[in-house]
Design a protein around this ligand. Structure first.
Ligand SMILES: Cc1ncc(COP(=O)(O)O)c(C=O)c1O
Length: 283
């Protein structure tokens, strides 16, 4: 029995009670978008940025949901009802194009979108962030609009599973020999004191944590170059780390069994982790 309270199409209810139609376009076509918003002891992290990205995803897919102003109240109420106000949590928001007889054409404009929102406590292994993780490369076979946060995550799930089966913790997508991003994270490298990350555009998600790290680089006077990191250059890179809403800034200590530097998190990674914690502390 799952006793978490979720929000579903206008009502707060136990997850167990939610029923979704087989004709929901999220189920049939992965025709929907999502967001994951972190809260630190009940304080929402980068809330406006997440909502802006949600609006972007909705508008790119022409999904008729305009009531984004209602979301903050719903999320805070969910945190309260699930007793997550004093711990760290993530809240998942999914909005699909709604329920209608199966056809590729969009349903009539008055078909309401399906809205599902649910929080859960964060269960992070502190040691992971301290010691770092192992990665493997996986060919990026995703579609051409990775900038939209759609629920069509099958390539991500397959890549993550492949990473686990190869004894690693995470999969890093490669396109034309370059690392684009991870299965659920952005990727940063460090070479000669400068940070490198794949350029924003349709090949990667506009990660909110990437944005925070960019800002921290400016504050710390660190150069950040937006260019691709080739897989071939990994043996020569000084530091590598991934960033995301849940893993924050997590060092990567190997890729395809090639050890990064000395296999320990690098100094710039550690410096950014400290700066990130300070940033969160100021919430
Ligand atoms: C493909 C992909 N890239 C990057 C990220 C990191 O984005 P954010 O920092 O907004 O969590 C995610 C998060 O889910 C993701 O799915």
């Amino acid at each position: 029995m799952e006793d978490r309270i979720a929000y579903f199409n206008g009502r707060f209810m136990s997850i167990d009670k939610i029923r979704i139609s087989p004709n929901d376009r999220g189920f049939l076509f992965a025709d929907g978008v999502y967001e994951v918003i972190r809260s630190y002891k009940g304080k929402l992290f980068m809330y406006n940025e997440h909502i802006d990205r949600l609006k972007y995803s909705l508008s790119e897919l022409k999904i008729n949901f305009h009531n984004t102003a209602s979301l903050k109240g719903i999320i805070l109420e969910l945190l309260r009802r699930n007793k997550l106000e004093n711990v760290d949590a993530t809240t998942y928001i999914q909005i699909t194009r709604g329920e209608y007889e199966r056809m590729l054409k969009f349903p009539p404009a008055d078909v309401p979108p399906t809205v599902y929102i649910v929080p859960k406590p964060i269960q992070l292994d502190e040691q992971t962030i301290i010691k770092g993780i192992k990665a493997v490369s996986v060919e990026d076979v995703r579609w051409g609009r990775c900038d939209i946060k759609t629920v069509a995550l099958l390539p991500n799930a397959l890549a993550h599973q492949q990473a686990i089966e190869q004894g690693a913790d995470i999969g890093l997508f490669t396109k034309d020999g370059n690392i684009t991003e991870g299965t659920h994270v952005s990727v940063f490298g460090v070479k000669n004191g400068s940070l490198i990350t794949y350029p924003a555009g349709k090949h990667i998600l506009p990660s909110i944590t990437r944005k925070v790290v960019k800002q921290l680089c400016e504050e710390l006077n660190l150069e950040l170059i937006e260019k691709a990191i080739s897989l071939d250059s990994i043996s020569d890179i000084d530091e590598l780390f991934v960033v995301g809403t849940t893993p924050e800034i997590t060092p990567v200590i190997s890729v395809n069994d090639i050890i990064i530097a000395n296999g320990k998190p690098g100094n710039i990674t550690l410096m950014l982790q400290k700066a990130f914690n300070r940033f969160v502390g100021e919430l």
